[in-house]
Design a protein around this ligand. Structure first.
Ligand code: AMP
Ligand code: ZN
Length: 458
């Protein structure tokens, strides 16, 4: 199985650390707001990876953490804590309890989003706030080794002690913002040194003797939780490309410096979902949630289908038109599948042949194309095989669609049939009027090679 590894900047044959087992870690959301559909694409990648590994016979242990403390609004150690920002936004008191309340609200929403996208829930979803002792242990180790130092506002990692910083494969350094828009922290030895621990200026925080109360840095949390739940090194770390220059760079530096072994052997990064010319961002105005899609009648799995049409290493420029087209394609796929006779003979091509593109760095667009061929060939077994990897829930959703189609009221069926007649006679004015009537009653009609499909509006 070939995977593109950011560490080396090339596709490599995947070799697990332990025979037959794989450890996966994905940086989880900072639960100060709803995840947007760009964030969610990152977990669809992790899910397709997990499914592909499982399909190949590996036992997978997957961890997605929940960042409920310590993530500043900027990767460069400045700005507000994102959780504090949420307290201000929601008019809550600055207490630990209020912070936890907000975190739980968005954590629950995140899990619901994962389920709606048919993402298999990870084996463990550790919360950063439950793993502070593990953070402290690593910071202590770095202090003992002289790789970290104290300033008046926190404890920093000394990058001069990790000469490989920013030199590996795709792990290039990002632009240095400090000094341009952000005040220089004069106490840092190097502007790229990053905080491992911040001292608290209020009553909030955790005790780190002898330093008093404080908060972990965001990067240290991932180093601590991945090590605790998967060991170090573990196999594959995933995340979006925005995390390469700083967050993942820092995870690697502090974990390797503390323990003398790599953090993870493979690093996989998904490209952005863009809106217009900009990355979709939680802080931006171009913020679309799964809930927004649902309100617009888009099924979450149609969004999954939309994502899978593009390779995870290519940027996806979001457009409503393309998403609508993906929804139509997805429903046609389901209808095509449910129209097939369950007892129809399966093809002579072994199922593994169709799934091959998954082993080439998760080539999901090729798998989607393969699905259509298999639907045409009425090869149900191979369709379901590919769906083990793509996770479009074809069997269940096509059953649901068929049930819904059977439960369509007779008057709607009649309208649809009159519309089809009008369409055949090329009376498009009448056919459009009849479609509008059908839509007004809460149904949708779409034309396919095997006739019109009527279904309830999603
Ligand atoms: P965050 O909650 O900001 O840490 O983001 C959660 C995940 O979403 C991370 O893996 C990010 O790299 C990823 N991510 C953030 N924005 C986008 C985007 N527009 N498109 C794809 N992935 C993204
Ligand atoms: Zn992380």
């Amino acid at each position: 199985m070939l995977l593109f590894n950011t560490l080396t900047g090339k596709k490599e044959e995947f070799k697990p650390i332990r025979n037959g087992e794989v450890g996966l870690y994905a940086c989880g959301p900072t639960v100060y707001n709803y995840a947007h559909i760009g964030n969610l694409s990152s977990y669809v990648l992790a899910d397709v990876l997990r499914r592909t590994l499982e399909y190949s016979g590996y036992k997978v242990k997957q961890v997605i953490n929940i960042t409920d403390v310590g993530h500043l609004t900027s990767d460069n150690d400045d700005g507000d804590d994102k959780m504090i920002k949420a307290l201000k936004r929601e008019g809550k008191p600055f207490t630990f309890e209020a912070m936890q309340e907000i975190a739980r609200k968005y954590e629950t929403a995140f899990v619901e989003d994962l389920k709606a996208l048919n993402i298999n829930l990870p084996d463990t979803m550790p919360r950063a706030s439950d793993n502070i002792a593990e953070d402290i242990e690593i910071v202590k180790k770095l202090l003992e080794k002289g790789t970290a130092y104290k300033t008046s506002d926190g404890i920093y990692f000394d990058i001069s002690k990790f000469p490989e910083y920013g030199t590996r494969g795709g792990f290039k350094l990002g632009e240095l913002k400090e000094g341009a828009r952000v005040a220089v922290n004069a106490e840092k030895k190097n502007p790229r040194d990053f905080s491992l621990w911040k001292f608290s200026t209020t009553d909030l925080g955790w005790d780190f003797p002898p330093f008093g109360k404080g908060f972990p840095g965001w990067h240290i949390e991932c180093s601590a939780m991945s090590r605790k739940y998967l060991g170090q090194p573990f196999d594959i770390h995933t995340g979006g490309i925005d995390h390469i220059p700083t967050h993942h760079q820092n995870e690697i530096a502090q974990s390797e410096a503390a323990f003398g072994v790599p953090l993870a052997n493979y690093w996989m990064h998904n490209e952005f979902v863009n809106m217009g010319n900009a990355k979709m961002a939680k802080s931006g105005e171009n913020f679309i949630t799964l809930q927004t899609l649902k309100e617009k009648g888009i099924h979450p799995l149609a969004y999954r289908y939309y994502l899978l049409q593009t390779h995870y290493r290519s940027p996806l420029n979001f457009s409503w038109e393309a998403l609508m087209a993906a929804q139509i394609a997805y429903i046609k796929l389901l209808a095509g599948f449910s129209a097939q006779d369950v007892s129809s003979p399966s093809s002579v091509i072994p199922a593994e042949a169709g799934i091959q593109p998954a082993s080439d760095d998760l080539n999901t667009s090729a798998l989607v194309a393969e699905l259509w061929k298999l639907i045409k060939n009425k090869d149900r077994e191979a369709v379901l095989d590919i769906d083990c990897v793509l996770g479009l829930d074809i069997e269940n959703q096509s059953k649901k669609l068929a049930e819904e189609m059977n439960a369509i009221p007779d008057d709607i069926k009649e309208l649809a049939s009159s519309r089809e007649d009008a369409r055949r006679q090329k009376d498009f004015k009448k056919s459009d009027e009849l479609r509008a009537k059908i839509q007004k009653e809460g149904f949708e009609v779409m034309d396919t090679d095997s006739g019109p499909i009527v279904h309830k509006k999603l």
